[in-house]
Design a protein around this ligand. Structure first.
Ligand code: MF3
Ligand code: CO
Ligand code: CO
Length: 247
């Protein structure tokens, strides 16, 4: 309802603001744990809770996800300094007055990176923006995955299928799942739905492998680069509203 949507919007705007601050702080020599501490402080200042902290089994140990280079998603902040040419995804999810906002962006560290890394950064952003552009009532959930997969393949990239977007707002991961690959979910979108699109795009094979020690970090099977961008979206009467707009 309208009250819930306003709550999700305000949490989304906060998540996007915290994400922007951590992206700006991502420089050579900074560690992902430094970024985690910054995000933690910004949540606290705003009276918000970082949703990743203690989420799931085993409990996720940090307040944000930081996924570097061949990490597909769910990277855990650590004490290794960022270096020139790294590509980093930061994923922020806030809980504010009980409502969730979820978003992520990529940043290239230093002057430039390899063509393989730059390519997945650019293509994953295109996949997100192009899929947002088709959203309106009556569009089928399956059209999101077909568009993303078709576009990624024209660019000789693969689309991760083991992780998906999701309904979000009154809890972290709600129905429906938003598949970024070709799928059979011919479900029409209706106004008032709030969900994420968050395509993970790989330079090589689509398969991801979860770290057997931390049970979270997902890396590409072939060690090639991976990138992801995420927005929380609201389906409106004539299109969609980005609830996590970049400041
Ligand atoms: N923010 C992620 C998503 O987009 C989920 C992270 S779960 C965590 O859905 F536990 F790893 F933080
Ligand atoms: Co998400
Ligand atoms: Co996220």
């Amino acid at each position: 309802d309208d009250k819930e949507i306003e709550g999700i919007r305000s949490s989304g705007h906060l998540a996007a603001k915290i994400l922007d601050a951590t992206i700006r702080a991502s420089k050579e020599g900074v560690t992902t744990e430094d970024l985690n501490k910054l995000a933690q402080q910004l949540h606290e200042d705003a009276g918000a809770i970082p949703a990743p902290l203690n989420y799931g089994h085993p409990p996720f140990p940090k307040s944000i996800c930081t996924s570097l280079n061949d990490v597909v998603c769910h990277g855990i902040p650590d004490n290794i300094p960022l270096v020139n040419g790294d590509i980093l995804n930061i994923d922020v999810t806030c809980i504010h007055h009980g409502y969730y906002g979820d978003c992520s962006r990529m940043v290239v560290i230093g002057d430039e990176t390899s063509s393989e890394r730059q390519k997945v950064v650019d293509i994953s952003l295109q996949c997100l923006l192009r899929s947002i552009a088709i959203l309106k009532p009556g569009v089928l959930l399956s059209e999101i995955g077909s568009l993303i997969e078709a576009y990624a393949h024209t660019q000789k990239c693969s689309v991760v299928h083991q992780f998906v977007g999701h309904g979000v707002g009154v809890s972290f991961h709600e129905a429906p799942q938003i598949h970024h690959n070709v799928n059979d979910l011919h479900i029409p979108l209706i106004p008032g739905m709030t969900f994420t699109i968050e395509p993970m795009i790989n330079a090589g094979v689509a398969e991801a492998i979860i770290d057997s020690n931390d049970h979270w970090t997902a890396r590409t099977e072939d060690g090639k680069a991976s990138a992801q961008w995420e927005h929380t979206l609201l389906l409106t009467d004539d299109g969609c509203e980005i609830l996590t707009p970049w400041p």
